[in-house]
Design a protein around this ligand. Structure first.
Ligand code: G3H
Ligand code: 13P
Ligand code: ZN
Length: 283
């Protein structure tokens, strides 16, 4: 069933577990996620990145996501990931997304509050949930020192002000993760997660969660992370399976035969995440 992000994440917040938000770019990925969610009886969030919207187009992503959600036996939200501006968020809302992220993290605090508030006023009026970002979650390829990275971490006091002034539904925080494949092991500031949770008391979002060791994910969830964004780990599962199939079947030209095992490999990876996050059995 198609539901709002808030409906899914309020339950996760109340009962101390996390829900996976997986990036979708085509039909096979959507099917892999939904099949994994149904097999584990887990709520789930399908999310479209900037690259995903560019690749498939907002209409395809929206219709695929909504179709899958409506037919699913578990609660599913269709979410815009890292929304860039007011107009893009409005476009996604018009196409039926039930959750949107407005990413104002490139602005200073005042401007971030301003752009977030403007989106929330409209989104809430039409029953759509909103995620915002405070602090800066960069990419693993960003060439910055540890000190520079820590300077971009979310400040708990600022988070409190941000949540009070914007009335945001869930907040993405910068606590040491980054987008893309890690070179070493990410160092997560667990005390910061705890402090932000205590002071804001809303669902918190962890971006760049691929490649984070299972015990770190478990600890982050126990301290208040309720939405976990995963893209890279799914890309790895999918592309490895495609490469392996082509290597073993170089003569095969059927896209369905090539993508079928990739979809299955992705589904297995997602099932593992759902069990780790604690969303399995929560639908
Ligand atoms: O924002 C996180 C995504 O992993 C970015 O992916 O290349 O589809 O925009 P993209
Ligand atoms: P990863 O690709 O590092 O899993 O990050 C995904 C993400 O945060 C999408 O917003
Ligand atoms: Zn992200």
């Amino acid at each position: 069933m198609l539901v709002t992000g808030k409906e899914i994440l309020q339950d996760a917040h109340k009962n101390n577990y996390a829900v996976g938000a997986f990036n979708v770019n085509n039909m096979e990925i959507v099917q892999a996620i939904i099949e994994a969610a149904e097999e584990t009886n887990s709520p789930v969030i399908l999310q479209a990145s900037q690259g995903g919207l560019k690749y498939a187009g907002v209409e395809y992503i929206a219709e695929l996501g909504k179709l899958a959600a409506r037919n699913a036996k578990v609660p599913v939200a269709v979410h815009l990931d890292h929304g860039t501006d007011f107009d893009q968020v409005m476009l996604c809302i018009r196409h039926g997304f039930t959750s949107v992220m407005i990413d104002g993290s490139r602005f200073d605090l005042e401007k971030n509050i301003e752009v977030t508030k403007k989106v929330i006023e409209v989104a809430h009026a039409v029953g759509v949930s909103v995620e915002a970002e405070l602090g800066k979650i960069g990419g693993t390829e960003d060439d910055i020192t540890v000190d520079e990275r820590e300077a971009t971490f979310t400040d708990p006091e600022e988070a409190k002000r941000f949540v009070d002034e914007t009335n945001v539904d869930y907040l993405a925080i910068a606590v040491g993760t980054a987008h893309g494949p890690y070179k070493g092991e990410p160092k997560i500031d667990f005390d910061r997660i705890k402090a932000i949770k205590e002071i804001t008391n809303i669902p918190l979002v962890l971006h760049g969660s691929s490649g984070v060791p299972a015990d770190s994910i478990k600890e982050a969830v126990s301290l208040g992370i309720n939405k976990i964004n995963i893209d890279t780990d799914l890309r790895i599962a999918f592309s490895n399976a495609v490469k392996e199939f082509i290597k073993e079947n170089p003569e095969n030209i059927d896209p369905r035969k090539i993508l079928g095992p990739a979809k299955e490999a992705m589904k297995e990876a997602i099932i593992e995440k759902m069990q780790l996050f604690g969303s399995a059995g929560r639908a």
